[in-house]
Design a protein. Structure first.
Lengths: 255, 255, 255, 255
């Protein structure tokens, strides 16, 4: 097995000009949106990316079978819009792995005709979010203008720490190769898996690409999360409660 | 010395179709079983795997001689069943090392005729175990069915975090090379070296492969561990005791 | 993208014999000076250094556009003194990256004619500084003598821990290639971004190279920092104050 | 600069059959002995080993000049015994670096005729040592017997955690290349630089190799350390004292 291996699971049959990326990250926002697309539309797994830079493990499926850690590239036709969607359970565990995996990914998707990347993620606000805004960044000025018209907040150097991981590199390395890149980051507390933030990002994405998608599944998950949050707040107000919310790292990705 | 070096200590003389792997891990369950096999049957050390990814050190034997860190591959005939057994004192210290060591191991054992791997380990329950169940996973559906008949619990995505290290990669990477892989994980608290859990795993393994083995040694070690646990519980209940059990990371691998 | 990539953004048009290096470090002293030079003189970005060893991310500019992490090499004519200036937002994230980035940098600047390097930084005193001394080191005895005449403090093995990162390697690796190297380290508490310390270093640098530069901008930033320090000290003396200053790692790089 | 670079500073003029290694480690015992030999006898620096695996920094000498991090190999004639001595300020910062540096070192010294290595270090007892014993290990049974006659304690698997770093690898990797290796470890608390432990190790070494050496310098340093320890103990017994000794990691390598 090579350091990075892009395995062809199936031929890419459509002519996708867009890649949507949603790997795990803040509030799991990007991953929620990417997985939602894969589930809502008829999607086909076309590539698996294996790498020495992913955690050295296999996942165990519900039926007891195992799957070597990988990132998955799906092909789907979203209501007329052909696209590739990348998702997976893990980011690279090493610094150079992020670069190498992104490079391999860009090789793969540009060969398939992709000219623009939508990298999806969350931006942590540190407090429970009331109105779910979407913050954007793009690797080209014209692109900033184009996407700003969709109600995305741009500029003032947000997010301050930059965009980390494959999302950030898709824009940064994409620019050097002439691939347009937009990053859409849903505002989220940063403490919990956040399907509401995912809905906000998905809305911008559907506007940008011009397709419709059922969001019931995300709404259901959002309601479940609201229940969790409510319970946590109650626990918090009881005598002997945690005093501040959230008090425990373990709560971060309840979901 | 190369990054990975598989040194031939002796020729493989039998025709093993099975590899049993038991490196250190949760409760040292896998290692206990693998070492038990090596001790109970007439076994021959056939390969040493050295690697830049193992801790940079040598062990000191009881007679004062040293041994460079390695994983050891033994050949043995378990009551008519010819097998290779991998054990050792360390896992890879790096992420890519796990992949590279597993690759080298698969190269070595498939060349020797191995077609199926039993990767042994423990799964932490977080509390003292009353009944020692064995959780399984396999890299093929038919294999899941076959092993489920031996009383192994499969499915519901357990263990949740997947199977980490060489055990997980033997299944994940093995699948890509056509090597059947079963992982047998003994339930164990996760706090102590657990010979009882090892006995439970060994029982499944002997059923699966159809051989008998004396388990007195493991039973003796299990009794010793029970003594240790009892003493810890008593200390815990004394005034000024630890209040919760176990209170100290250092207790984790008493044994 | 290669492990290290030095991209030519523009041709180097002058004949610089000096490199001034100011990457992030103690008190951000070196970076403040390097950026000040780039801003005060007409400077041209001539090279970007990208690397797998920099954090895998892109920065987001004020207008919402992104920039892949890099170190930037500028060309400028400081009042008649032609020089290259290296600055950037990040140091290497890996040990070997420091060596490889320094090697690539030395290749680039020696090819452009550079014969001497001024590596700028801060040296932490652990307490608020009253008089801003500059500590020096050089990779050649004659050079120590030359720079000592400018009022720089040399010797007694200061700084005790050596000079870490690209600054240290420019001197150490430069020596092996026949490149003269001087390190100028402004004394600074180590707790805050320190424009006053940067002024002290800049003063030595202008003396050494024989040019003048307006320092108003640094003075303004120094005043702002003094306000911050004053407020922190007041907070500290209030009932319920922090008791010691600074109490919090987060204060370290307020600025 | 390559990953590992062994630079010839001077030709090796004698015919050393022995390497003495003393890099930093527990109680700095090995380093103290190695440096003592280099200082007491007429020694010549013959090789510098540079590496991407050493900390990326330069040291600053007392005169203000810098020195890129390296390990140093000296040639000396100890009262008729020709030997090479390796010392330096740092161990490898990476796992594979230990292996690669040891490999390069073995290449260098075997080419010079070395057939046996004495790797020196300390073994932490966790409490202040009254009688300074020396624990040994060797990569060959006959060698264990030979050295045991010098009063070195062998066996019972001590030290339990094995021998870590270049010392351990010199024995482990040396064995594979036919180089005899003895490790001599002075008992030391582990909390302080320990010249007394170094004296004990030096005594065994001089017995083993058959030469005499003045130890006044080490005795002086030992007396200084005793003063430090006494003061710490007094501080400890004062009202408001630390309650246990030593209370602070920072005390570990006072000296």
């Amino acid at each position: 097995m090579d350091e990075i291996e892009v395995v062809e699971v199936a031929e890419i049959e459509t002519e996708p000009s867009v890649l949507v990326e949603g790997l795990p990250g803040v509030g799991h926002v990007g991953k929620l949106v990417a997985e939602h697309l894969v589930e809502e539309f008829e999607s086909r797994l076309v590539r698996r990316i294996y790498s020495h830079h992913f955690p050295p493990q296999c996942a165990v499926d519900e039926d007891g079978t195992t799957e070597l850690t990988s990132a998955e590239l799906y092909e789907l036709d979203a209501d007329g819009v052909e696209m590739l969607v990348l998702t997976g359970d893990h980011q690279s565990q090493t610094i150079d792995g992020h670069y190498k995996i992104t490079e391999a990914l860009l090789d793969t998707v540009t060969e398939a005709g992709v000219e623009r990347v939508y990298a999806l993620g969350g931006v942590a606000t540190g407090e429970l979010v009331e109105e779910y805004g979407v913050v954007g960044a793009a690797n080209d000025e014209a692109l900033v203008e184009e996407v700003a018209e969709l109600g995305v907040e741009f500029g003032e150097g947000e997010p301050e720490g930059g965009i980390v991981g494959v999302s950030g590199l898709l824009l940064g390395m994409g620019e050097r190769r002439g691939v347009e890149g937009v990053c859409l980051m849903g505002e989220t507390s940063g403490y919990l898996v956040d399907p509401k933030s995912a809905q906000a990002v998905l809305e911008v994405l559907t506007d940008a690409l011009g397709f419709d998608v059922d969001t019931e599944e995300l709404e259901d998950r959002a309601e479940e999360m609201e229940e969790v949050v409510k319970r946590l707040e109650e626990m918090n107000q009881e005598p002997g409660g945690m005093g501040s919310f959230p008090a425990d790292d373990d709560l971060r990705y309840i979901g």
